[in-house]
Design a protein around this ligand. Sequence first.
Ligand SMILES: CC[C@H](C(=O)O)C(=O)SCCNC(=O)CCNC(=O)[C@H](O)C(C)(C)COP(=O)(O)OP(=O)(O)OC[C@H]1O[C@@H](n2cnc3c(N)ncnc32)[C@H](O)[C@@H]1OP(=O)(O)O
Ligand code: CO
Length: 142
Amino acid sequence: MKIGRLNHVGVATPDVKAAAKTYADLYGATDATEAKDFPHLGVRVVFVSVPNMQIELIEPLGADSPIHKFLEKNPKGGQHHMCFEVSDIVAARDAMRERGATVLGTGEPYIGAHGVPVIFVHPKDTGGVLVELMQAPGEGAH
Ligand SMILES: CC[C@H](C(=O)O)C(=O)SCCNC(=O)CCNC(=O)[C@H](O)C(C)(C)COP(=O)(O)OP(=O)(O)OC[C@H]1O[C@@H](n2cnc3c(N)ncnc32)[C@H](O)[C@@H]1OP(=O)(O)O
Ligand SMILES: [Co+2]
């Protein structure tokens, strides 16, 4: 198993709409989606598209949001995770475990904000960077 293209960089923020405006005003990155809520994932999301990938702006949604503590430590927000595409998310999950990394949650891939299955690898096993792996859109059975 080998990771593929960088699909998005996750950026946690207290306010996705304000953050999207910053990317538009400061960097001219005006190609942004409307904010979309994912209650079962505990985040509100705006995708800002740039030529080779997306910035995934994420705001906590609900008391159990997985990014609450991150924002307590980083109240203005900050880089949260990187997401790489893989050709087979189940094979990738198995490879992470075989290579000694902790796959978060139950380890079962679940549908993320792009509508394809994802997993997360614990930052303790990846040099302090939270890494998300996602089934490459249009590839593999999922
Ligand atoms: C899936 C929808 C969407 C998509 O792309 O489709 C998204 O990407 S949504 C993104 C938000 N969802 C997640 O991040 C799910 C997976 N994340 C988690 O389960 C937690 O965030 C977790 C376990 C990584 C951290 O949880 P929490 O902060 O509550 O726990 P701790 O404070 O105990 O943290 C443990 C340890 O990890 C360090 N940490 C936490 N977050 C990060 C981070 N983003 N990057 C790097 N390191 C991180 C934290 O500082 C602790 O380190 P320690 O040395 O033990 O103090
Ligand atoms: Co993500």
